[in-house]
Design a protein around this ligand. Sequence first.
Ligand code: AMP
Length: 117
Amino acid sequence: MAHGGDTIFGKIIRKEIPAEVVHETETVLAFRDISPAAPSHILIIPKKPISSVASATQEDKELLGELLLEAAAIARREGLEEDGYRIVTNIGRNGGQTVFHLHLHILGGRPCLWPPG
Ligand code: AMP
C-alpha cells in the first residue's frame, strides 16, 4: 500500500494524527475537514502522495476516477445528493492550495456561490 508523503495528510494516512475518518479503502481515505467551510465538508485523498492534480500522470488515471466516484458515493451517504453539493480541488498558490497532497473537497449543506472567490 502506498503511504503518504511528508504532509499533514500523510500523517493522517499513517494514523500518526487523528482525523474523523468517514471512508477508507486500500487506495483512498476520506475524513472531515478540521475547519469546515460548509455544514458538510469532507476531504477525500489518495493514499499515494501526489501533490496535486497538476502532478498526476497517466499512471494515476484509475486512482483519479476512483476519487471522484468515491466522492459521489460519500456525498450520497451524507444525504447531499438531493440538494446538490460541490467537489473542488485547489492547485498551487492562485488555486488556494495549502496542503500539498492531492485532495478533493466535498462541500454541502448550503448553497455554494458562483463564481467561487
Ligand atoms: P487546501 O487549501 O485546498 O489545500 O485544503 C486543505 C484543507 O485541509 C483545508 O480546508 C484545511 O481546513 C484542511 N485541514 C488541514 N489540516 C487538517 C487536519 N489535520 N484534519 C482535517 N483537515 C485539515
